[in-house]
Design a protein around this ligand. Structure first.
Ligand code: FAD
Length: 390
């Protein structure tokens, strides 16, 4: 039971071609059989059993860096990548986060900005799932405004030496390579840092009540020395990391709708099966109002995701357009999950059902890759021409 025909009132499936449907089906089959049965338990225990094995399976499926070309990457379309994010996040936002960080942040940064040595060293292994990457931009004191970052890299002969710390780094403790953004005398620059380099350490962040089936870490760099080929040769300033973030946000636009779809279809099935006052709770107008509103926002979010994917495939997608999608789809997905939670009554707060897990996960998704407030200001600036950030 793949369980989404019931919520596709708008016939969204007809917007896809056969290749896109094949990719979606393959990812859904793997995610439902290999991840869904275990992920609630991982969430409850705040861990992922055998994360390296999971990454390898995702590599075999061909979804790591799937929208990149060359270096062992599959070269698939933005729409196919979006559908992959949708199906992975329909299972858990933490799994989609793992794939987003690997493919759209770490691999994309290396693919777009890295030296040829770094690309050949890392990209084929990362695409296969034999190597894991992370992306270090955020610091304890610099989140929405990374321009003030204090991590610093200095030249020493032909090497670079990096000192500083990064916070909230997805995949940090299991990564083989960390993309690190640091201040230099020439502005902010990016580095591909092997995590085995002396002076590099990663500690997992505990006590999260969101994305518990995802590894989040604090990175510390103490005199971390890397050779010249590790620095990204051309790119300077925040444009580098922001380009990578726009890439990853595109996956979030789709992924959030996956979490929403699971919560909507769970609530729909529950409402039909659960009776109170002698009839299914789905028969009460107040419940139908909730379901109808959830369906509307789901359909609108999917249409926006599809539109942005077609633009991305055509090479015409602008970053303010990705902000429209990220802001709308995560906000509305969270609202759908919260409403689903009410329909499930007390069961809505139990990890026996997927709803509160998705709801809590989306609290992170609302904050990372640019908060709601940041994307609101991006859209405000695009409309008015006035920068309200500072
Ligand atoms: P702050 O920037 O301190 O913001 C606090 C509040 O102030 C927010 O509501 C914000 O919107 C608001 N605010 C800030 N400035 C303004 C303004 N000008 N106008 C109006 N409101 C404003 N980062 C990485 O680099 N790599 C990762 O892999 C990564 N993974 C993450 C995983 C998880 C689970 C989480 C929770 C975060 C992750 N992050 C990662 C960090 C994430 O990108 C940051 O948390 C995010 O950018 C917000 O920064 P902050 O938490 O420091 O909040």
């Amino acid at each position: 039971d793949l369980n989404d025909a019931a919520v596709d009132l708008a016939g969204l499936d007809e917007l896809l071609n056969d290749d896109e449907r094949d990719v979606q089906r393959a990812v859904r089959t793997m995610a439902q059989s290999r991840i869904a049965p275990y992920v609630a338990d991982w969430f409850e225990r705040g861990t992922v059993d055998d994360p390296r094995g999971l990454v390898r399976e995702l590599g075999e499926l061909g979804v790591l860096g799937m929208h990149l070309t060359g270096y062992g990457c599959a070269g698939l379309s933005a729409t196919e990548y979006g559908l992959t994010c949708l199906e992975l996040e329909a299972v858990d936002s933490g799994i989609r986060s793992l794939v987003s960080v690997q493919g759209s942040l770490a691999m994309y940064a290396l693919w777009r900005f890295g030296s040829e040595e770094v690309k050949t060293q890392w990209l084929p292994a990362m695409a296969a799932g034999d190597a894991v990457g992370c992306f270090g931009l955020t610091e304890p004191d610099h989140g929405s405004d990374p321009s003030g970052m204090t991590t610093r890299a200095r030249r020493d002969g032909s090497d670079w030496v990096i000192n500083g710390g990064k916070m909230w780094i997805t995949n940090g403790s299991i990564a083989d390579v960390a993309v690190i953004w640091a201040q230099t005398d020439e502005g902010i620059r990016g580095f591909a840092v092997p995590t085995s380099t002396p002076g590099f350490s990663a500690v997992e962040i505990r006590h999260k009540l969101s994305l518990r089936a995802s590894i989040t870490s604090e990175l510390t760099m103490d005199e971390v020395r890397v050779p010249e080929e590790c620095v990204f040769p051309e790119v300077r300033g925040l444009g580098g990391p922001l380009t990578c973030l726009a890439e990853a946000r595109f996956g979030v636009v789709w992924g959030a709708m996956g979490a929403a779809r699971t919560c909507l279809s769970t609530a729909l099935r529950y409402a039909v099966e659960r009776s109170q006052f002698g009839r299914p709770v789905a028969g009460f107008q107040l419940t139908q109002q909730k379901l109808a509103d959830m369906e509307l926002e789901y359909v609108k979010g999917m249409l926006l995701a599809m539109h942005l994917a077609r633009r991305k495939d055509a090479g015409t997608l602008r970053s303010a357009q990705v902000s429209l999608g990220k802001l709308n789809n995560v906000r509305e997905a969270l609202e759908i999950c919260r409403t689903a939670r009410t329909i499930l009554g007390a069961n809505g707060i139990s990890l026996e059902y997927p709803v509160i897990r998705h709801m809590n996960n989306l609290e992170s998704v609302l904050t990372y890759e640019g908060t709601v407030e940041m994307h609101t200001l991006v859209i405000g600036k695009a409309l008015t021409g006035i920068d309200a950030f500072r």
